[in-house]
Design a binder for this molecule. Sequence first.
Ligand code: BGC
Length: 750
Amino acid sequence: MRPNKKDTEKKIEALLQELTLEEKSRLIHASEFFRSGDVPRLGIPKITMSDGPMGVRNDFYPAKWRPVGTTADAVSYLPCNTAIASTWNRELAYDSGRVLGREARGRGKDMILAPGINIKRNPLCGRNFEYMSEDPYLIAEMVVPLIEGIEENDVSACVKHFACNAQEWERLWVNVELDERTLREIYLPGFEAAVKRAKTKALMGSYNLVRGEHGSQSKFLLTEILRKEWKYDGLVVSDWGAIHDTKAAAESGLDIEMSVFPNFDEYFLANPVIEAVKKGEIAEADLDKKVRNILRFMLRVRLIEIEMKAQKNGKTSAKAVPVADRDPGYFNGSAMHLYAKKTAREAVVMLKNEKHRLPIKPSQTRKLLVIGNNADRLQSNGGGSGEIKALYEVTPIMGLTREYGGNTEVRFTPGYYVPRKIRPEVSWQEDSVSPEVMLDAEDRDKRKNSAKEKELIKKYREEAVRLAKEYDEVVIVGGLDHEYDTEGCDRKDLKLPYQQDALINAVLDVNPRAVVVMLAGSPVDMTAWSDRAQAILWMAYNGMEGGTALAEVISGTVNPSGKLPESLPSDFKKTSAAVLGDYPGRKLTAAEKKKMNATLTQTFRDGVFVGYRFYEKYNVPVQYEFGYGLSYTEYKYSGMTVEKANGKDALFTVSVKVKNTGHVTGKEAVQLYVGEKVVSEDNPIKELKGFDKVELEPGEEKTVRFTLTAKDFSHFSNESNTWQQMKGRMVIYIGASSADIRAKKEVTLK
Ligand code: BGC
């Protein structure tokens, strides 16, 4: 029987009473890079953490950024969050969470530092692949099952980075200004759902500042919103090196200070906080709040139980003991790899398929040429803190070779040349909190190829072109890699690196039927060749079975059903962050510098007009729109109905019939958007408020149902500081994407 809340709080209180000031301080800051401190005298252990989100990261020495280096920490490599969001399938998010949580526990962790759910406001952001979407509703719907899956395993998620962390450029020193409505409608809903619906046990603050305060020590975000408004009593850890001030950190809703430096005793919440409490500058009660949250967290993940004992003097003593039947977890089970494959299959997005160019049937294919470094590149080991040591990773070339079998000659040629890593390998993490990382990014972008490299570029391209003439079937696999989709730096534009445009065009010149696959965690500009290519597939870093899934889609074994969780603009200059916002921010004035510990400040002037909300309102064309993705079959939508609902919060129930009119089984992500009939200046034309993915056999028809609540028709008012329901004529749209609307109906709201 689980203890009741009152009982639990009593025990926490009793254990707290046993602690000295010094011991409290031990609990609220790191004692190793991925561990908090302990109090062995009372049986209180360290909390052990590891990075996600694509798997449980490899282990490091406690105080050195050097991997331990045995093979014992190889794990399942899951599709990245962008890929998970591309499935539009809540069940797969849940399955991925279960795998991640179980492996984290199996590797002895108490907390996995995932998922990352920041809004993909800016396509240049280096960490976009770790995040899900530009749309808060899609994020909220996918993150809840993901967290629930993780936390089933006596281990916690750690939702990050709270909040408004939309760029890597100057990430520690950029201040974000935004109005309340934008914060509430765009940047908070994912976190709010994580806290209120998924009841996440932990959360990580951000590096960046919001309204003048660093996210990880922000009173506004952590105390006012998270603790008071959302009544969150879970754990908050700082981002690594995101604390800058003892008093602010002590007095905010933060619990544990983590960082990238090994001088643990000098952390702001180590010796300095002890001194400050002794001098009376900080109240010990502020530390007590943190310790309560920490102990509560330990109980929730079943790291400890608290034993109470009556003393002779009438008092009760308390101590922590390990929980004997805590879930041990496990990792690298074959079922886990199957889940990774199921998710990967639904994450592949087909962008174009003229003249039924795809699939390429293995039985009719004698020779297949695969061009492009990304076809043969391992992606799991890069990207920054999201890197992992995958037990295995099926690359596209391996996937294709396996899928096509022994009767097809599959040949690989690199096509484009990729220089060796520019960023330092061993201690990038320690450097990641210093401005030098930005300089590294500039090095990368300004880097000139040597004469020898130029020769290689020419040689690779010429060979690809020569072979492309000889092969009937050609697949080019390019895109980005974790030199670009990476923590610590943003890209400078959306152009494909490594002169891929020239390669793709040269191949299409000699073989116009060549299929193009783009592997990327962020939008890239494909306009140099997208009109010419007959077929284009899109795939984010798709886990250990990503190559299998891709090959199965190319061969037709799997019918693609992924849809874009973000718009794909062709040019950064046409995005909201560039047109309306002032990315990457302007330098602070001397007066501003006195008020905040930052170098740049940026106003999110695009407000709620992020992603498709922006492109639709300002009529800006994109390459492919939010929610878009093709299938090998066709779906017919019909018979949309809207009825008044009689549930407590429900306003309407909406239904629509979807029929598979083609010849193969498929899955369709049906989308529901809501907007005003006469759209007011302040509001987006429409916003996603529902989706469901249905599987349909050829000829089969199913009815998809949605419930809409008052909140779905509400906006946050900057004037009244509350949610307000819209009034008048509203339109409910049903679509196969945000632009491909198949049915709509009007309703009136009183
Ligand atoms: C990242 C976090 C990560 C932490 C620990 C930081 O650089 O921003 O997302 O969890 O490092 O590796």
